[in-house]
Design a protein around this ligand. Structure first.
Ligand SMILES: Cc1cc2nc3c(=O)[nH]c(=O)nc-3n(C[C@H](O)[C@H](O)[C@H](O)COP(=O)(O)OP(=O)(O)OC[C@H]3O[C@@H](n4cnc5c(N)ncnc54)[C@H](O)[C@@H]3O)c2cc1C
Length: 337
């Protein structure tokens, strides 16, 4: 394991923000991780973990050692005629694992096709798309506590999953490195095709039989047409969460904005953040090298050399204007560093 000093993190985050890290290394094994922790203790430096860098916004140089996780491996741990439990090492690329599952006809994560990043980061915000969340297929994860180097198993209850939330974003933030994630996948599938325009996309391929592959293909086609590709334009996907508001608040807004899109969610109502941002005329906004994507109001973008601070300040301006117009406080989904 080689530790590099003072390197630019621009190639390692999908926002393409150019900050430096005091120290940087790539880990391939658990013993690399332990060596990295030891090094940090010797140097009295903090340690930070990065996967694909697709859900972080660097607003300043990183103090300490940044480790990039490339621990690989896929292993079937148990199976019967209905289910298979597969353990994925945390440095595996999420979308490659989805493709592996489809090849093996293991169902459950096809709706989560093309989400960037690693397996190890997926539980951090309980990734979700097109009506499915990680928690729906989650069996357990193994993580190492950075301070004690003790390995712990976390069940679904231990993870306290919520909408783009988990215990790892809250009270255990920065305390554990996730080593592996085990998913319980189906051999006899239940298809989720009602969310968004999956069904419309499937209808475009009338000869294709409904399968986990056809759903994955539909999700990929929709995502490619709607979301900016981080290789071409710096972004971190949805910058904000969709807010949940009370029914009373919704009734007031509905009177004022009869077309307000809404999704009932238990005793609350979910409002698409993209709609709120569009109403405040941010869609397509550009100032210098930063702005809001012209096709997707939820994506803040770096056209070339924007700083993380400029993008953060833009997000603060958007939050203020949505607050003033709708009395709704948008929450950032992206991790701010
Ligand atoms: C174009 C685009 C589309 C996206 N679409 C979606 C979507 O549909 N749904 C969705 O939920 N998200 C989406 N995202 C967000 C992102 O892809 C996910 O949050 C993904 O899980 C992040 O993975 P990563 O490896 O890049 O994490 P990183 O950005 O590297 O890290 C994110 C956080 O997780 C921590 N972390 C990473 N690995 C570990 C580990 N092994 N142990 C402990 N902590 C760790 C980091 O310290 C950091 O705090 C999208 C992003 C982009 C750019």
């Amino acid at each position: 394991m080689k530790i590099q000093l003072h390197i630019s993190l621009r190639p390692y985050n999908t926002m393409h923000i150019d900050v430096n890290s005091n120290a940087f290394c790539v880990i391939h094994t658990e013993s690399d991780l332990v060596s990295a922790i030891d090094w940090c203790y010797q140097q009295n430096m903090p340690l930070h973990i990065l996967g694909g860098g697709s859900n972080v916004l660097f607003t300043k140089d990183v103090e300490g050692l940044l480790i990039m996780n490339k621990m690989k491996g896929i292993q079937i741990v148990s199976e019967d005629e209905h289910f298979v439990c597969v353990k994925f090492m945390s440095g595996e690329i999420w979308h490659e694992c989805v493709m592996w599952c489809i090849e093996h006809n293991y169902g459950g994560i096809e709706n989560l096709s093309l989400i960037p990043g690693t397996i190890g980061a997926a539980p951090i915000q309980n990734i979700g798309a097109y009506g499915v969340e990680l928690k729906d297929v989650f069996q357990q994860l193994e993580a190492m506590e950075l301070e004690s180097r003790v390995k712990n198993i976390f069940t679904v209850d231990d993870c306290k999953f919520g909408y783009r939330e988990s215990v790892f974003k809250q009270e255990l933030s920065g305390k554990f490195c996730i080593l592996s994630v085990t998913l319980k996948l189906s051999k006899v599938h239940t298809y989720h095709t009602t969310y968004g325009n999956i069904q419309d996309e499937l209808n475009k391929q009338p000869t294709a039989q409904l399968s986990i592959k056809s759903i994955s293909d539909a999700v990929i086609a929709i995502r490619q047409s709607k979301l900016p590709n981080p290789v071409q334009i710096g972004n971190a996907g949805s910058f904000f969460k969709n807010p949940l508001i009370s029914k009373a608040h919704f009734t007031t807004l509905k009177n004022q904005y009869p077309a307000i899109p809404n999704y009932p969610d238990k005793d609350k109502v979910k409002i698409p953040a993209a709609w709120l941002i569009e109403q405040c005329h941010w869609k397509g906004f550009r100032e210098g090298d930063y702005g809001v994507h012209a096709k997707q109001a939820l994506c803040l973008v770096n056209y070339a050399n924007a700083t993380g601070l400029q993008i953060y300040e833009l997000s603060a301006r958007i939050i203020t204007s949505v607050q003033q117009a709708f009395n709704i406080t948008l929450e950032r989904e992206v991790n701010i560093w």
